[in-house]
Design a protein around this ligand. Sequence first.
Ligand code: MN
Length: 330
Amino acid sequence: MTTAAEVAEQIAAARRLLVLAHVAPDADSLGSALALAMAVREIEPGTHAVVSFGDEPFAVPRMLQSLPVSGLLVSPQEAAAAGPYDLVVTCDVSSKARLGANEHLFDAAAATIVIDHHSSNSGFGRTNLIDPGAPANTVLVLAVVDALGAPLTRDIAHALYAGLITDTGCFKYSATTAATHEIAARLMAAGIDHADIARRMYDDEPFTAVQLLGEALSRAALDVTALSGRGLVWTAVSAEDRANLGLSEDAAERVIDALRITTEADVAVVLKQSDDMVWKVSMRSKGAVDVSAAARALGGGGHRFAAGATLGTDVALALADVRFALASLE
Ligand code: MN
């Protein structure tokens, strides 16, 4: 079992460091990567440390635009041009394919460290700090930041807090423990504006995104008999729906949060069509159904309560595949 101290020792020794988040990053992944790179710059100002994720085209999702990027973030092209790296660290990346356009930089690195909390992670790094019990990847990264001896600056705390509230559902999910709240207290004591961070991430959308949410919810369907009576609720957001409102792909990410409150359904499913017309699925469970198992059967991954996968170009087939994967768990 690799410890945070062993990981910190390798990171402190690196001269050229690349920290990678997963494609279509969430705040847990990108916040972890930014916090780690900022911590390295604090203790080793001579280290070339940059952060990237493998999306093409490269753009920071709207809900993450308040994260402290402070000159650290580079596109896959910029990351490749600035290589090679003597160490590549991945944050919250459950499989190598989730590195997208940056996968070749991971393969080319002299040394690699995987920091993750997905139970499905195979340990694809040379060094692996994987704890499926961690409520957020940022909890693991905070341990590494501490082991590096880096100060908990306001920006580092901001990036870590953003990940912590994302993966705990603002401390609602069952993986949240007393220790999680103690970490939150430490991060708040570092001087972050927690209310502003939460508002800009979760309560700040253009009116067109609210309209998209309304359209998606108005079309939602409920099958109370599905999944042995546990119930399934679903809806879909097409590329045309978004185009009509001038919205990008990440505008559809909020639909699942509204749909999952449905009392009569243990599982909520949102099918989202990307700009290249491929359907992706987001699944949420209240607990009885392990949606990560269904996601893995569909070629994706995730956690017991939140998971996803990429499907085909036909929405009816995509829904049928999702329903079959969920029904097959029983
Ligand atoms: Mn995570």
